[in-house]
Design a protein around this ligand. Sequence first.
Ligand SMILES: NC(=O)c1ccc[n+]([C@@H]2O[C@H](COP(=O)([O-])OP(=O)(O)OC[C@H]3O[C@@H](n4cnc5c(N)ncnc54)[C@H](O)[C@@H]3O)[C@@H](O)[C@H]2O)c1
Ligand SMILES: O=C(O)[C@H](O)CO
Length: 319
Amino acid sequence: MNIVFLDRATIGPSVQFPKPAFNHKWAEYPQTTREQTIARLQGADVAITNKVIIDKAVLDACPTLQYIAVAATGMNVVDLNTCAERGITVANVSDYATQDVAEHAFMLMLALTKQVKAYSAALAQGQWQASKQFCFFLDDQPPISTLRGKVLGLIGTGNIAQATAKIAKAFAMEVIYYSPSGRTAVGNVNCVSLNELLAISDIISIHCPLTEHTQTLIGKKQLALIKPSALLINTARGPIVDINALLNALHNNKLAGAGLDVLPEEPPTQSSAIMQALDNPRLIITPHTAWASHNAMQNLANQLIKKLEAFVAGQPASD
Ligand SMILES: NC(=O)c1ccc[n+]([C@@H]2O[C@H](COP(=O)([O-])OP(=O)(O)OC[C@H]3O[C@@H](n4cnc5c(N)ncnc54)[C@H](O)[C@@H]3O)[C@@H](O)[C@H]2O)c1
Ligand SMILES: O=C(O)[C@H](O)CO
């Protein structure tokens, strides 16, 4: 088996990939550009990719591929339909960073409700040091608020959404879900329509995959349904939110804050509108690191190899 790992450097250097227990040749590259992808996959049976795109053009030019291991939960970098037509197995790694991503979503919620960015910046500018009392308030920011009692609307009902719901319960928040499948409840928590969720939530957190159905799921029309006092958290995939519509809503005070771990373009270019908005204290961006604890990444590496071994042994893949 010829295995080619196209973007090994996207998994931290402290992580060891176990040696597959079958006869193989392993080639790995720190990164692979679009132009390099086809050449590097010539003769490969197995491609491993985290974020290198394997679309129809790549699949057409690499007929030896039998198995694509996505070193991530989100599989949006692979043309799944073409793989299915051609009998190419695509396997992602699910549930390796569930708790990490849920904690990250909460970190963003807490940072926004407690105005951490605005107050840290004021401190760095010496504003607290110059104040006449023990504490210091910023008059031009929304009031600091409390999570307890707030309605958390979760888009998606999968692993990360449910882990986020568990944390929310500990904060005494009220949780609702949106599921496109018509489910009415997850455990004892109600599912509502997307429009209803947008209208009644104090915090909306996105936990669905990026697919043709979820591209700009949250656009101008949907943002208009959200309360101006609400927060939007996206740790799923950047293109699920129309970023220009989001920036507009923030700028016009139609949204109280946004916490984003993912952007439509990764990495973003410095001149992009979102990077130009970075000094907005109600916008917190992390560089797609929600998943990236050492433990989670090692989990991912172990599971990826286990699934690959199961495939080579002709056993059904299991998580
Ligand atoms: N930021 C990060 O570091 C990070 C890490 C892991 C996963 N993710 C992203 O989070 C996503 C969710 O991960 P998960 O482990 O919870 O996956 P999961 O498969 O357990 O759950 C996905 C959920 O999305 C729902 N869904 C599918 N289509 C939908 C639609 N059109 N509208 C609304 N909901 C829809 C499904 O019903 C399911 O409940 C992944 O697909 C990935 O893109 C991001
Ligand atoms: O989907 C995932 O697992 C994360 O985005 C890391 O690639």
